[in-house]
Write a protein that binds this ligand. Sequence first.
Ligand code: SAH
Ligand code: SF4
Length: 452
Amino acid sequence: MNVYDSQRMADTLAREGYVETQEPADADLVILNTCHIREKAAEKVYSELGRLRKAKQEAGSDTMIAVAGCVAQAEGAEIMRRAPVVDLVVGPQSYHRLPELLAEAKTGKRMVDTDFPVDDKFDHLPAPSRAATRSRGPAAFVTVQEGCDKFCTFCVVPYTRGAEMSRPVAKIVDEATRLVDQGVREITLIGQNVNAFHGTGEDGATWGLARLLERLARIEGLARLRYTTSHPRDMDDALIAAHRDLPQLMPYLHLPVQSGSDRILAAMNRKHGREDFFAIVAKMRAARPDLALSSDFIVGFPGETDADFADTMDLVHQARFASAYSFKYSPRPGTPAADHAAQVPEELKAERLALLQKELEASKAAFDAACRGRTFDILLEKPGRQPGQLIGRSPYLQSVVVNNPPAPIGDIITVTITDVGPNSLAGRCDARAASDIAPSRGSAAQPAPLEA
Ligand code: SAH
Ligand code: SF4
């Protein structure tokens, strides 16, 4: 979501004459777009600000420095106090106001905007130019839902991103259609709780995520759809059926479970147990037998015992994840679990995380190894390291390196996997993907290929 938000900020500032640079030393303005989900992410902001202050002093430059995102939202006043180098703090609901805020900040006034405005920022954010979309490649994000009403006891999202809200279907369809017209082939719908989506549909009724996906699948030239992040409680039957019925919907589901212990899941306020998770996975695999799963885990939640952790290890063992993210529990100020008396010692969290990650890596390695010899459609996304190489994505989000493919970036080719490495696969290209040549998936008119 921060990648998407950063792009939208860049689109907003493009109208003011700003262009992106990869070098902070070249910049008139540096924006740190920040994450508050764990303490480590939040602390990084202050060390980065220290580095920027030093660089600015040494160069004697007047580069402006802004902090955006959820650390800005949660700690705006604290940032202003701790980091005098910061000119502007802007929360995630206000970044459409960047041009005005910058104009004020340029007069020397230090600005903080962390309001939750009543007007919808999406109505004020300009669309990306064709050049911007092309430079970002053929796979794009579209936010469809923001915020969260679930209040898991460990999580800051309901406080930093606010109440759950869904964008209207027509606006999402417009944004997706425009991206496809500019050469995008794959869209990932994003939201903190994307499958809680309940936007106003084109007929005025409330649509769930399944119906939105079905509508987007009808956009000509849009070859692939994904969504993230979903919550087990919102995996309804319509969404599971969409995985069976929509060929554009990739057979990959990121479904965070956090823990394999019912006791801990209850303490986390997840409102589902481990058997509910297994039941969803079974239904999903019945709907889409080639489905791959990924998940998020937290170890060392307050009160987690060895037996609870063993339940998590057992769930991982049973579920056969293709990929996963795992974290040590990080107490976040203002969340209920942070005040829990039974905090797990840091060493024990580290020990459990190491064990869990070993198991998850083995699971991922087994999944990748089983891909050797399989044939996948790959969306070519960017140049590889060697001349003639392109890197694409498999349906399972694996990076696949292909030598001298017969098609440019933005095309989908059929590849047989020949090698499996720790971070990527390599494949031999047999042909352009049949699905990319035949207009059978509703793509009569192919968009112009994207240039690297
Ligand atoms: N909405 C998603 C998750 C969003 S946050 C869901 O409900 O599953 C992304 C991930 O960060 C979470 O899945 C969780 O694993 C991790 N996370 C969130 N808060 C955390 C905390 N306080 N400590 C450690 N990990 C955390
Ligand atoms: Fe955070 Fe996800 Fe729980 Fe919402 S559902 S509180 S975003 S972990």
